[in-house]
Design a binder for this molecule. Structure first.
Ligand SMILES: [Zn+2]
Length: 242
C-alpha cells in the first residue's frame, strides 16, 4: 500500500499533508491538487525520490495553499452569520460587553460571544477548538477502550487536507473543524485514528477494526467526501492556524 505522506508547514502557519505517490511512468516529480478531494498529491518515478519530493513540496507550499484555499470562499466568523456546530446551524451573536462564549438553545440556537469586535472571531474560534477537544477526547477514550489501546497524546490542529492523523509514537492529531460536522462524523474520524494505533495502513484488517469499534462507516466516509470542503469554508485564514 502506498500511503506515505509528506507533512509541511504552509506560509499561513497551517499544516499541509501531501500524498506521496509512485508512478514509474512519471518522468519527474509532479505536483497537483486533486480537484475533487482538494488533496495535494506529489507523484514520483520511484520511492527513492521521497527525500527530493519532500524538498520540492516544501518549496511549493505557498502554491499548494493558494490552490486549496481558493475555494470555497472563506466565511468569516462574525455576528449575524450562521455556522454549524455539531452539525446544527447556530447563529453567531454578540450579546454584550462581557461574559463567556457559549451556546444558547433556541430557534435558531446561538453561539454567543460577548466582548470586543476585534477579537470576536478569535474568541469563537477558541471556543470551537475547545469544544472539538472535549468531544474528541471523549470519543477517542471510547474507541481506545473498545480496541484496548492507549493513545499517548491528542492534538487539535487546523490541518487543511485531512481530518485526523496518527503518528507511530501514538500521537493523534485532529482538525478542529470536525466540531462543525455532525457528532457521528467526528466519532467516525476518532475511531479511524484510534484504529491506526494498531494498523498503520488502510488494509482490510484496519477497516475491520474501524467496523468493530464504530460500526458501518460507509455513510460517514461519504459525508466527509461530499461536505468536507464546506467545513473548510469557515474561519479566517489569518487566525485559523494553531
Ligand atoms: Zn487513515
Amino acid at each position: 500500500m502506498n500511503t506515505r505522506r509528506i507533512d509541511i508547514a504552509a506560509p499561513s502557519g497551517s499544516e499541509l499533508s501531501v500524498l506521496f505517490r509512485v508512478n514509474p511512468r512519471a518522468k519527474r516529480l509532479i505536483l497537483r491538487v486533486d480537484p475533487k478531494t482538494q488533496s495535494p498529491v506529489v507523484t514520483a518515478p520511484s520511492p527513492r525520490h521521497y527525500k527530493a519530493a519532500e524538498k520540492f513540496v516544501q518549496s511549493k507550499a505557498g502554491w499548494i495553499e493558494n490552490q486549496i484555499c481558493r475555494q470555497p470562499d472563506v466565511i468569516t466568523l462574525e455576528p449575524g452569520i450562521e455556522i454549524p456546530v455539531s452539525g446544527e446551524m447556530h447563529l453567531l451573536t454578540q450579546s454584550g460587553a462581557r461574559g463567556r462564549t457559549r451556546q444558547i438553545e433556541g430557534t435558531p440556537p446561538q453561539l454567543d460571544s460577548p466582548g470586543a469586535d476585534i477579537t470576536y472571531s478569535d474568541r469563537v474560534l477558541r471556543y470551537l477548538k475547545m469544544k472539538a477537544r472535549e468531544a474528541l477526547n471523549e470519543r477517542v477514550d471510547v474507541h481506545a477502550e473498545r480496541l484496548a489501546v492507549d493513545p499517548v497524546k491528542i492534538t487539535i490542529r487546523d490541518t487543511r487536507s485531512r481530518w485526523g492523523s496518527c503518528s507511530s509514537k501514538g500521537h493523534l492529531n485532529f482538525s478542529w473543524r470536525l466540531i462543525l460536522a455532525p457528532p457521528q462524523i467526528l466519532d467516525y474520524v476518532a475511531a479511524h485514528e484510534v484504529a491506526h494505533l494498531i494498523e498503520m495502513n488502510h488494509s482490510d484488517d484496519f477497516w475491520a477494526l474501524v467496523e468493530k469499534s464504530y460500526g458501518p462507516h460507509k455513510n460517514a466516509r461519504n459525508w466527509l467526501k461530499q461536505n468536507g470542503r464546506l467545513l473548510h469554508a469557515y474561519g479566517s485564514s489569518g487566525s485559523a492556524g494553531g
